[in-house]
Design a protein around this ligand. Structure first.
Ligand code: AMP
Length: 397
């Protein structure tokens, strides 16, 4: 990507390279339960080290409130990272001050050092100039490989990028290239799938997408609000009645932008929200008072397939149904597998992101077939909302 400075143009040999990474991995009893984020940063670390740079890793962990605490320490992650990287990883018990300075001073080209949680200092989230200056004394060059933290203008994500020569790491670069291919310069027609629980959490996203995509496929609980806005009776289904006017205005905006909104025409209905509850499939015109729509039905799946088969690009956030509970995962699974097959056949560029979406696509065994899966939650959504991400803006050439 030409509009961002990448490692291709960075002079790294013998340089102290401050690398912002995402190590905010899920842990249970001191063990990492999902190492996806660790594996994603390995190429950037290895490349900088192999080019003779001194790799100084900056990261946050959790949400510490009052300075250092053991619960949010990054110390346990140094040996885990070392095992994945197959190189030694040193640890400094602070990210600024004497502990950090002496650890950096001891480094040789190719060494890797992890600094303690940046959020142990209040200056991190405040993007405080004095804290940025302290961090900056530790490095000659700054690399950001943490797209997932780029929606926040913090010291280690934005402040430092304005202070030192700044470059996108390889994972950040891949993310920016994939996202650009999906919404900025996509091959048309473009479809967006937006599912999940509520319209209220995705208003800005829907508003932005109707201007950018040719088809907006709405599923999940939020489809109920759109159906209710059309005057349909949705029974006990999750529905945000205070947003019916908002739903109507999104439909109007879509019409004006020539974006076709695709809503479910049938649904899997149940009276209880539990595993293997008794279900029936019915048209969205035939929902009883005591029934809930918990997944899209087979006719809707066929319609989704028609749209996806006609498109060249797909961007996806949110499941079609309550996928954590069987059988309400069927609609999401079918659509995910079709998108995976179309991608494998070279007919579709498919990009998906957001916490639940990644879980749903993994469950459907489809994720590894997508063109790109973003592990970023908030940052991915803000990008889909069309917002500028401060950490990304600071890397523009
Ligand atoms: P979100 O975080 O907004 O992407 O929402 C994901 C959640 O939406 C998942 O936990 C799903 O179980 C839930 N969900 C999807 N469809 C429905 C539905 N029809 N009724 C209730 N919850 C749903």
């Amino acid at each position: 990507m030409t509009s961002f400075r990448t490692l291709d143009s960075a002079d790294l040999s013998s340089k102290r390279v401050l690398v912002r990474v995402d190590l905010n991995v899920p842990m249970e009893d001191g063990r990492v339960t999902d190492a996806t984020r660790i594996d994603r940063i390995l190429p950037t670390i290895a490349e900088i080290a192999d080019k003779g740079g001194k790799v100084i890793l900056l990261a946050h962990f959790g949400r510490p409130k009052n300075g250092p605490d053991t619960e949010n320490s990054l110390a346990p992650l140094a040996p885990v990272l070392s095992a994945h990287l197959r190189r030694p990883v040193a640890f400094a018990r602070d990210c600024v001050g004497e502990a950090a300075a002496s650890a950096v001073a001891a480094m040789k080209p190719g060494d890797v050092l992890l600094l303690e949680n940046t959020r142990f200092h209040k200056g991190e989230e405040k993007n405080d100039a004095a804290f940025v200056a302290e961090l900056a004394t530790l490095g000659d060059v700054y690399v950001n490989d943490a797209f997932s933290a780029a929606h926040r203008a913090h010291a280690s994500t934005e402040g430092l990028a304005r202070k030192l020569p700044a470059f996108a790491g390889r994972t950040m670069q891949a993310e920016l290239e994939a996202l650009s291919a999906a919404l900025e310069n996509p091959q048309r027609p473009v479809a967006a799938v937006v599912g999940g629980a509520k319209v209220s959490t995705k208003l800005e996203l829907l508003g932005n997408l109707v201007k950018k995509v040719d088809f907006l496929i709405i599923g999940g609980g939020m489809a109920n609000t759109f159906l209710a806005a059309q005057g349909k009776h949705v029974g006990k289904s999750l529905c945000e009645r205070d947003l019916l006017d908002t739903a109507r205005s999104i439909v109007e905006a879509a019409k004006a932008a020539r974006c076709e909104i695709v809503l479910p025409t049938d649904a899997v209905l149940a009276k209880e929200f539990k595993e293997h509850a008794a279900t029936r499939v019915a048209s969205v015109d035939q929902i009883a008072d005591d029934e809930m729509m918990l997944d899209i039905g087979p006719r809707s799946v066929v319609e989704v397939e028609r749209v996806l088969s006609a498109c060249k690009t797909l961007v996806w956030n949110g499941p079609f149904g309550a996928f954590e509970i069987k059988p309400f995962d069927a609609g999401t699974n079918a659509a995910a597998r079709l998108a995976a097959d179309l991608t494998d056949a070279g007919k579709l560029v498919s990009v998906a992101g957001g916490g639940d979406t990644v879980a749903a696509l993994n469950q459907a065994h489809a994720a590894q077939h997508f063109t790109y899966i973003s592990t970023a939650g908030g940052a991915f959504l803000e990008w889909m909302e069309g917002k500028a991400l401060p950490g990304v803006e600071a890397l523009r050439a």
